[in-house]
Design a protein around this ligand. Sequence first.
Ligand code: BG6
Length: 464
Amino acid sequence: MDKNFLWGGATASYQCEGAWNVDEKQESMWDHYLHLQELENGDIASDHYHRYEEDIRMMKEGGQTSYRFSLSWPRIIKNREGEVNQKGLDFYHKIIDTCHKYDIEPFVTLYHWDLPQYWEETGGWLNLDVCQAFEHFSEVCFKEFSDKIKFWTTFNEPKWFIVNGYFIGNYPPGLQNVQKTMIAAYHVMYASALSVRAFRAGNYPGQIGVVHSYTPVNGVNDSIETKIAMRYADNYCNNWILDTAAKGEFPIDLVAKLSESYDVSFMEEEHLSIIKQNTVDFIGLNYYARTLVKPYTTGETQLIFNHTGKKGESKVVIKGWFEQVKDPNSEFTAWDTEIYPKGLEDGLIEAYERYQLPIFVTENGVGVREDVTVDCVNDDYRISFMNDHINAIMNAQDAGCDIRGYYTWSPFDLYSWKNGCEKRYGLVAVDFDNNQIRKPKKSYYWFKEIIESQAKLIQRKKYN
Ligand code: BG6
């Protein structure tokens, strides 16, 4: 492994900071939605706002060389007029300075889903003005932090928050509307390009990318029908983000297909030229699982996600396009996520061939229920999961891919959106019920050894 390869963990502001209304932070759409629905929320989460020093020190002591985290827009910008909250900026200076103190490379996400509620009230991502507001927020951050940051990303996982928020309706704003899903998706990709444009215009040092929830697509067989279903699935899952951010173009067959049934007049010439001219320097891929598909057979579109941790609840069918299927030979988590490291190797090779850009694996991890009252959680399953996925990255590197970092989700336990805090991903256990006590799990020590050996200790396997 190259000595500059970054090893670390990833978090998101809403999922770990807590302090949801402290130091003039404004309400985010997630604060609003979860309070209204009286669901488990991130009001306190891992209390990273107050414990960041301990958390970052533990990353260092665990051998990690980089920390991927997001900046909370409603902590930094107070209102629709764009007024800046100095206390919000001060908090992130402290995080970044602590990273540097411990020789940890900060890797920044500008948007990890916590839209200010004052913008959600105007229509959120359905409102074109929000794109300009995101550009302004980006500029504030670039100006303030650029001398301390080398790696920026605009959005975390456009597909995930847009599809869940506007199509399935299980995330805020809780809509189920295809036309609105298309508009919101388009606005997010436009906003991403505006942010890249601001980055280039300011001539800031470093690089800027986008982070995608990557689910490489496999088919159940080699038939023509399956290949067509795979293309639909790839457009739906991956291409509208990666093609658009990396090549500056929405997939033409996707736009043509959607225009048969929906209005695409929101795609304006001027936006498309901004998108074309402002592509990213690298791509960040979050990998949890692949998408295995067969041709569509019958029935209505169904998108059901498992937020309970009871196996067998999830289902994805897009009418006329494809059906997702489960490989009977695979292992699945309680939340129905397939464990399939080969998908990472294949996906990295495919993404590198297509885009020829440096890649960071910006998230990878496994969510499970764990008893954190013990002295040290014995998470051999996580060690095996990480071993096999790092192995997949090394196989892809052997095949010629330029992969520059690996971030586990997550360096410590945190709040998992609609799944609450019981779905744990951390290398460090956080006892949410007992003063937020932090205790390294077995995987934390294992990861340290892997990093220190520059992955020489990875038990290699061939998947292909
Ligand atoms: C990614 C997100 O989708 O996966 C994270 O970037 C998220 O924010 C992670 O927490 C794991 O998903 P979940 O739903 O199990 O928390």
